[in-house]
Design a binder for this molecule. Structure first.
Ligand code: GLN
Length: 258
């Protein structure tokens, strides 16, 4: 009997410890009941998903607030899982996660392997260089120049297309936007192609490091993704998205981050 009580106490202690330490998976605690869905994200992509400045175990951002609002509307709960961007689709396919919320562009290629919600925001790609770069003024000045892009992103595909056309030099692939910018700063790369809202957010937070050149390279829309054929979850996300747009929550989240 005493042993059982001891074990119970120890288990309780461990559970409490894990709950307060943030665990390995960064979670957003939501009160209430409802099924828990695991949401995969690459949380180095402000303002869409990034670690909270005061609590690095907490993921915050536009996508996080939007998914939380949809979950509240549809009566489900979410748990966030931190993954590399190019690991998100395999994780969805293997059932490790249920939803991708990671500033993911709706592309024909991705649509073949996952199902996307309706677009939830318009974005696009931008070309950026070091703030003091006087040489690159447009996409026509990139011949032989080294690109820094995020592995598995639409920015990397845009760079690969330019490379195939002989319009740029080598491509350096990196995991996160911060690494890309570091490579621009230290001169290993001459330019970057990344999502315009994310590049803009970086520039407003860290003026004088990089600058955008030329117009938006291409327009894109982001969607949340579920495993192909998971219509039940897809319908919940789409209905929830529509509802939070109607009731003003979407606009509030928009105003908070942009
Ligand atoms: N929007 C880009 C894509 O889907 C990059 C997204 C990201 O890095 N989170 O490829």
């Amino acid at each position: 009997m005493v042993e059982i009580v001891k074990i119970l106490f120890i288990s309780l202690f461990i559970i409490t410890l894990t709950a307060f330490s943030g665990c390995t998976d960064k979670t957003t605690e939501q009160a209430g009941q409802g099924k828990i869905y695991i949401v995969g994200t690459e949380p180095y992509f402000p303002p869409f998903e990034y670690a909270d400045e005061n609590n690095s175990n907490k993921i915050v951002g536009f996508d996080v607030d939007l998914i939380n609002a949809i979950a509240a509307d549809q009566g489900f709960r979410v748990q966030w899982k931190d993954l590399e961007f190019d690991a998100l689709i395999p994780a969805l396919q293997s059932g490790q996660i249920d939803i991708i919320a990671s500033g993911m562009t709706i592309t024909d290629e991705h649509e073949k392997v996952v199902d996307f919600t309706e677009p939830y925001i318009n974005a696009g790609l931008a070309l950026a260089v070091a703030a003091d770069n006087e040489e690159i003024k447009s996409i026509d000045d990139l011949k032989g120049k080294v690109a820094a892009v995020q592995q598995g992103s639409t920015g990397s595909q845009a760079a690969e297309k330019l490379k195939a056309e002989g319009k740029i030099g080598n491509i350096i692939y990196l995991a996160h936007v911060n690494d890309i910018i570091l490579n621009i700063q230290n001169g290993r790369a001459d330019f970057m192609i990344n999502d315009l809202p994310v590049t803009n957010a970086y520039i407003s937070k860290h003026p004088g490091v990089i600058k955008i050149v030329d117009d938006k390279l291409q327009s894109e829309s982001y969607g949340f993704a579920v495993k192909s054929g998971n219509n039940e979850l897809l319908n919940m996300l789409n209905t929830g998205l529509e509802n939070v747009k109607q009731d003003g929550t979407y606009d509030e989240i928009m105003a908070k981050y942009f």
